[in-house]
Design a protein around this ligand. Structure first.
Ligand code: ADP
Length: 267
């Protein structure tokens, strides 16, 4: 019988680990960033039940950048809220970073959101009485990080969005684009892996929208994010790896995937 020396055993365990790592890194083998199964969402209204989705499926791979487009009222924001554990579906499952977010208690969902998800909205919702630096630090301070550390991290993030010199300005002293850059830094300061953006450029002129989108693209790539953007801007959507159109309660592929993004598919 073959005897394993300690060195041979170490070597065997190293190659086992290496082959597991290789298998995980093979396209299609790592778990998706988001998997939505048979999602349903309806609202009871005075005029009857509004079925927004009944059997919606979606798979988004880690590090993909996906745009969601569709007519006003199609349910894009509602879908984004459900993906980000801000709203609950009427039926179906949503796995986000391998966690079934539909099974979380409200307290667990809050902790999950703080840890895993960065949100950006059309309107920045900065706190007007605080400076840009304090606004960016806010999620860390709320999470119990010491003030000095939180402000240092916020300062690094303001530098990432090119706003170091505006750190002591209050939101009323910033332009719309600058406010959105602060909001972006605030969304990412806690190190989430998933960025959900609802019309992040919707309130901005074309040039400023372009500048914000470039920053989102850069941060998406440099921080290895998975990003989902709801937008009405088809030119910006076309620059994402995939564009999905939400209509009639389902998602359909609306444009080709770019070469640099990993493959993903609608189930
Ligand atoms: P979109 O982002 O595509 O414009 P939304 O997700 O905001 O669409 O809304 C989709 C539809 O759901 C709209 O018709 C809206 O009026 C309806 N809706 C959203 N929230 C509620 C609610 N709490 N109760 C009833 N209807 C709602």
């Amino acid at each position: 019988m073959m005897q394993h020396t300690p060195a041979a055993a170490q070597q065997a365990s190293r190659s086992q680990r290496d082959s597991e790592t290789r298998a995980r890194l093979e396209p299609g083998n790592s778990p998706p960033a988001i998997e939505v199964q048979d999602l349903g969402k309806s609202y009871r209204t005075a005029r009857g039940t509004l079925h927004l989705f009944e059997h919606l499926n979606l798979r988004v791979e880690s590090r993909e950048m996906v745009a969601i487009v569709g007519q006003s009222g199609a349910g894009k924001s509602t879908l984004l809220h459900i993906l980000g554990a801000l709203d609950t579906p009427s039926s179906g499952r949503v796995y986000c970073a391998s966690t079934d977010v539909t099974s979380l208690t409200p307290r667990q969902a809050a902790a999950f959101r703080n840890r895993e998800i960065g949100y950006v909205w059309q309107f920045h919702y900065l706190l007007p009485e605080f400076t840009a630096l304090e606004n960016v630090a806010m999620p860390l301070l709320a999470g119990g990080i010491r003030r000095k550390e939180a402000l240092e991290a916020a300062s690094r993030w303001l530098a990432e969005v090119g706003l170091e010199e505006r750190r002591d300005h209050r939101s009323g002293e910033l332009s719309g684009g600058e406010q959105q850059r602060v909001a972006l830094a605030r969304a990412l300061v806690s190190g989430p892996r998933l960025l959900l953006a609802d019309e992040p450029t919707g309130d901005l002129d074309a040039m400023t929208a372009e500048r914000i989108f470039e920053i989102v693209e850069r941060l998406h790539a440099s921080h290895g994010l998975t990003s989902i953007l709801v937008t009405h801007n088809l030119d910006l959507a076309a620059r994402c790896g995939r564009t999905l159109r939400l209509e009639n309660g389902g998602l359909a592929e609306a444009a080709g995937a770019s070469k640099c993004d990993p493959p993903g598919s609608i189930l």
